[in-house]
Design a protein around this ligand. Structure first.
Ligand code: T5A
Length: 217
């Protein structure tokens, strides 16, 4: 089976990490070799940029500089992790990718389209996802999940760079992700995030099988 590149997108706490793990496990059971990665991050150099960005150290530089940093991390991720695994015939599943830059820094953060387009061309270098799964849900409900996780884990961490934006900002982010999905109907599927993890898993598996008919064989 040819390698595929699948990305998961959406707002904070919508269930991307939970579902990506489940999809890797389902693919593995069908005999597909699948690897999971994330953005920002996925390689040691990109993880170093992740810490800098998410601890808020880049905030004072402004959204355009932050978009450039996300793209720098992505360039290393694409060249050192994503492309080599695809060339090795593995399926690569990434928790966030270029649509996060377009939604967070571009459409919601106000970075002009020209810069976002140029960074995307540069960082992707042809590695466009075969399928993007957008998990869509009300950010207020998603934040409840994030708070529940923090209290269950006994963690009292301060909100990261984007968690601390207000609810209106996150509602705009949600609409912007949906706009991106409508502009790319061949690449995107939109899944309702306001359902149980098991129901979402089965919904996603049906959509993936629909998109890649070789899995149903
Ligand atoms: N960013 C990233 C940019 O601004 N630009 C970019 O270009 C890129 C690549 C990344 C941050 O960087 C920004 C976006 C982000 O702000 P992150 O920590 O990776 O930071 O943030 P998230 O991607 O939002 O990660 P989260 O872990 O917070 O959210 P997930 O992965 O969507 O959610 P998940 O699966 O961890 O679930 C959250 C909680 O809900 C529970 C889980 O058990 C967990 O406790 N849960 C459910 N509960 C009820 N029902 C369900 N269906 C559930 N599914 C999960």
């Amino acid at each position: 089976m040819n390698s595929k590149f699948i990305t998961f997108e959406g707002g904070e706490g919508v269930g991307k990490s939970t579902q990506i793990k489940r999809l890797v496990s389902k693919l593995t059971k069908t005999g597909v070799e699948a690897v999971r990665t994330r953005e920002p991050g996925g390689t040691p150099r990109a993880e170093a940029i992740r810490s800098f960005l998410l601890q808020g150290k880049s905030e004072q530089w402004g959204p355009s500089a932050e978009a450039i940093l996300f793209a720098a991390a992505r360039l290393d991720h694409v060249n050192s992790m994503i492309k080599p695994n695809l060339a090795d015939n593995k399926w690569v599943l990434s928790d966030r990718f270029c649509d996060s830059t377009r939604a967070y820094q571009g459409l919601t953060g106000g970075v002009p389209d020209e810069l976002i387009d140029a960074l995307e061309t540069l960082a992707l270098n042809g590695a466009t996802p075969d399928l993007t799964i957008l998990i869509d849900m009300d950010p207020e409900l998603a934040f409840e999940r994030v708070r529940k996780r923090a209290s269950e884990d006994g963690l009292n961490l301060p909100p990261d760079r984007y968690e601390k934006e207000n609810l209106d900002w996150h509602r705009r982010l949600r609409r912007n992700f949906l706009d991106i999905s409508r502009a790319n109907p061949d690449r995107f599927v939109v899944v309702d995030g306001n359902q149980s993890a098991n129901a979402m898993e089965s919904d996603i598996w049906d959509r993936v099988k629909e998109r890649f008919s070789e899995l149903a064989a």
